[in-house]
Design a protein around this ligand. Structure first.
Ligand SMILES: *[C@@H]1O[C@H](CO)[C@@H](O)[C@H](O)[C@H]1NC(C)=O
Ligand SMILES: *[C@@H]1O[C@H](CO)[C@@H](O)[C@H](O)[C@H]1NC(C)=O
Ligand SMILES: *[C@@H]1O[C@H](CO)[C@@H](O)[C@H](O)[C@H]1NC(C)=O
Ligand SMILES: *[C@@H]1O[C@H](CO)[C@@H](O)[C@H](O)[C@H]1NC(C)=O
Ligand SMILES: *[C@@H]1O[C@H](CO)[C@@H](O)[C@H](O)[C@H]1NC(C)=O
Length: 517
């Protein structure tokens, strides 16, 4: 089994990854469980997030093409927990539950729904010469039904499910994916742009590229250690920039929407106040979140990343840096290609300085050369890398504001809690997790002045957690995977989250938001 790229903020959550944290004694970082009683602003975006492969099922119905996940589920059963590789074929069967699911979202009171469109459902071979109208009709129907309930769609164009046919051409390692993705995005703007005002091109490119093409952990696992991740990211960022500019020049004036990219980060807090550890934490945050945020905000990779990868590549005998360089034209094209900032967050860790990793080790992690670990006394969940660290949420959004600005707003595009066994939860686990993370986000808004404008819980349903199948659950609703109906039943967390989104208040009674006065 592979393990997940570095910081493992894998949102939607790989489970079977093993990751050895060094043991560095105990840093309790005990957080207070005092919960803010100031209301979130009235115009706050409250939502749920999900992704096509994790929910839809109907993997080959109505003309849908095969994605890399379908292909791997059918051809690499050993990448899944025993007997669970085919569970995504039917998934949560959202494809056949549009009315019921939109009604559940409305009942929960959310005003936003983040979902992804499956590229191979619309373009079965990945290319524009073969359009599947039934796929377009499915998403049109979903979007109409959401709008009828006053729920704004926030649409992800790519959430890891490349058409298999695109992968056969090299996927993100082949720059021919750029025009193919631009064609696909054009089709989406043409068909859905009148109703969709919030677009994101890619979900968690760090995982797409690190996991998909470098370290492993994400399909297609086309592993090129120390090079594949950078090449993938470069093509992905160029595709993102072209789609942003396309929207800006051809659609924005009439459709009046916003376009960005969804990035994930597991916050790295300095392990001590030594300048070496502070520098180490800054370096890893820049070389993971900043790998993508720096180009879309400033037009290029972080300096420290360019310097370190060039230096190590040279010592390793490469004639050029393993990190590709943007041309001046590309820098100008990519700079400023975001209309809002995003963060998928789950856990955090400490970062400590270490010696330079040996040059014989050609990898993304050794390019960073920072030791990360989670102290043993941090609160555990069922997943190794996933400790409950509410204060990390506040530090992370504050760092994003300090590094990239927040004048366009910062949306928490994913946050959620792991348990296992497809069981019902209680207010001491998932409900409490949301409460404490949201309280820290609330503090960031009111005590630190950070412009956080929305929050999407992952997710309404127990879903297909990629290679973890249904071993790990994050849903506010239980799903009966033994029933052909995939019956949805609310857990305690559903009631708590409903109360929060409908009142804007994390506790029983709140003070009004100063932003609404
Ligand atoms: C890259 O994609 C193009 C067009 O899709 C294809 O002709 C070419 O063979 C691909 N290159 C590789 C190395 O697969
Ligand atoms: C670092 O210094 C700050 C401010 O003095 C303090 O609050 C914090 O606990 C220190 N962190 C560590 C890990 O010692
Ligand atoms: C916060 O972000 C929103 C965009 O969602 C923007 O309109 C607003 O001006 C921002 N506020 C501040 C104080 O920067
Ligand atoms: C599935 O749903 C149908 C229609 O609502 C119902 O008649 C049937 O009893 C359900 N089956 C199960 C196993 O829940
Ligand atoms: C909110 O908390 C403050 C400080 O604990 C308290 O003084 C105030 O009465 C609380 N407000 C409400 C509406 O409960």
């Amino acid at each position: 089994m592979t393990f997940l790229f570095l910081v493992l903020a894998i949102a939607d959550c790989l489970f079977s990854q093993s990751f050895a944290y060094g043991v560095h004694g105990s840093h309790a970082h005990l957080f207070s469980e005092e919960v803010s009683n100031i209301s979130f602003p009235k115009n706050f975006m409250w939502g749920y997030a999900t992704a096509a492969y994790q929910l839809e099922g109907a993997w080959n119905e109505d003309g849908k093409g095969e994605s890399v996940w379908d292909y791997d589920a059918h051809n690499h059963p050993d990448w899944w927990p025993a007997g669970q590789n085919l569970i995504g074929d039917v998934g949560v069967d959202a494809y056949h539950h549009t009315d019921e699911d939109v009604a559940l979202l409305a009942k929960q009171g959310v005003n936003t729904y983040r979902f992804s469109i499956a590229w191979p459902r619309i373009l079965p071979t990945g290319h524009i010469d073969n359009i599947n109208q039934k796929g377009i009709d499915y998403y049109k129907d979903l979007i109409q039904k959401l709008k009828a309930r006053n729920i704004e769609p926030l649409v992800t164009m790519h959430h890891w499910d490349n058409p298999r046919a695109i992968e056969d051409e090299g996927g993100f390692l082949n720059e021919s994916i750029i025009p193919a993705f631009v064609d696909y995005a054009t089709l989406l703007f043409d068909n859905f742009g009148d109703d969709v005002k919030w677009w994101v091109t890619f979900n968690e490119p760090k995982q797409t590229c690190g996991g998909g093409y470098d370290v492993g952990g994400i399909s297609p696992q086309n592993i090129h250690r120390g090079t594949g991740g950078y090449i993938c990211a470069h093509n992905l960022l160029r595709a993102h920039a072209k789609v942003y500019r396309l929207y800006e020049s051809k659609y924005k004036a009439t459709q009046k929407g916003r376009v960005s990219m969804v990035m994930d980060e597991s916050w790295s807090e300095p392990a001590s106040n030594s300048s070496a550890d502070i520098e180490a934490a800054e370096r890893i945050n820049l070389m993971t979140y900043g790998w993508y945020a720096h180009p879309i905000v400033f037009g290029d990779y972080p300096d420290i990343m360019k310097e370190r990868v060039a230096e190590r590549s040279s010592k390793q005998g490469f004639s050029t840096s393993r990190l590709p360089a943007f041309t001046d034209e590309e820098k100008a094209e990519i700079k400023g290609t975001y209309d809002f900032l995003t963060i998928n967050m789950y856990s955090s860790q400490l970062a400590a300085a270490q010696d330079e990793a040996p040059y014989t080790d050609i990898s993304l992690a050794s390019d960073i050369s920072v030791t990360v670990y989670q102290p043993d006394d941090w609160e555990k969940t069922v997943t190794d890398w996933f400790k409950v660290v509410p204060w990390g949420a506040r530090h992370l959004v504050t760092w994003i504001r300090d590094t990239y600005g927040d004048e366009k707003g910062i949306i928490v595009t994913e946050n959620g809690y792991h348990d296992s066994g497809n069981v019902f939860d209680d207010l001491d686990t998932r409900g409490r997790y949301h409460k404490l993370y949201l309280s820290n986000i609330n503090d960031a808004i009111y005590k630190d002045g950070v412009n956080v404008t929305g929050y999407m819980a992952w997710s309404l349903w127990n879903d297909i957690e990629w290679y973890a199948g249904i071993v790990v659950n994050l849903g506010h609703y239980h799903v009966d995977f033994d029933s052909p109906n995939r019956t949805r039943t609310p857990k305690a967390s559903a009631a708590y989250y409903q109360q929060v989104v409908t009142t804007g208040c994390l506790v029983d009674t709140c003070e009004p938001s100063p932003k609404d006065l």
